[in-house]
Design a protein around this ligand. Structure first.
Ligand code: URA
Length: 252
């Protein structure tokens, strides 16, 4: 029988398990942090490893730093130039060094996993990068069937010509696939600034598309994914959590 009431289920967890799930180390390390008095929870006088807490909306402090409980972590990073989106970078520092260690140490099925970038940007590309430990989200966003528009601000070496914009919209053939790839939108903002929207994510796609129309990328910045815009509030190298509203903007 249908019932109009909304049921709210508050999940309670032991504090040492909470810290472990958020990437603060092994259960033993987490219990040690609590026993040494390095963990506090607003509104709770004394905490112990076994203190049960409702996780929904929980904030706690570890060694003076405040941290929100997140069942799954979703964040956006303003990727600076000269960083690689790899855990094992070859030449430049990894973007993962820009994140606090709990984000890199969050466990998954008992092993240290941390958050992962959703797709990659080249080392010299700047801008909006999503990271999460939600494997299903990564899979969904990376699926060729999932056409989330991504907006790139392209600085071109040569002045843009109307014919180049037309070709990018009509479709260009790249060297690895006979099927043409099209920009979902493309406008010349000024003679050397192109705003290009793509719904796929092929390797070096923007650079290869610009080369295919006889121009060249001098600088590349991703400014938007779906409806989520990278704003000036986040300086290069900074990150922030994504909330439900942000996630709704991405998949809208
Ligand atoms: N296209 C590119 O060529 N490079 C990027 O980093 C992203 C899209």
């Amino acid at each position: 029988m249908a019932c109009g009431a909304n049921f709210l289920f508050a999940f309670a967890m032991r504090l040492d398990d909470i810290l472990y799930s958020q990437g603060f180390g092994t259960r033993r390390v987490c219990a040690g942090l609590i026993q040494q008095g390095l963990v506090s929870v607003p509104g709770v006088d004394e905490v112990e490893p076994g203190t049960d807490l409702a996780t929904d909306g929980l904030m706690f402090t570890v060694q003076g730093k405040s941290w929100p409980y997140q069942e799954k972590a979703y964040l956006m990073l303003h990727k600076p130039a000269g960083t690689e989106c790899s855990q094992k970078p070859s030449t430049y520092p990894s973007i993962y060094t820009l994140l606090p260690s709990p984000l890199r140490l969050r466990p998954q099925k008992g092993a240290v996993q941390g958050v992962q970038a959703v797709g990659r940007l080249d080392q010299d590309t700047t801008g909006l990068l999503l990271l999460t430990d939600d494997g299903k989200f990564i899979h969904r966003m990376s699926s060729p069937r999932h056409h989330v528009p991504k907006v790139y601000e392209v600085t071109t070496k040569h002045p843009l010509e109307a014919a180049q914009v037309q070709k990018l919209l009509a479709g260009v053939v790249l060297d690895d696939d006979p099927k043409p790839v099209k920009a979902a939108a493309c406008e010349a903002v000024d003679p050397h600034h192109l705003r290009l929207t793509l719904t796929e994510g092929k390797y070096h796609q923007v650079k290869r598309m610009l080369a295919a129309v006889g121009n060249r990328v001098e600088a590349l910045h991703r400014s938007r994914i779906g409806g989520l815009q990278l704003t000036d509030e986040l300086a290069p190298g900074q990150w922030r959590w994504l909330g439900a509203d942000d996630l709704a903007l991405i998949s809208a």
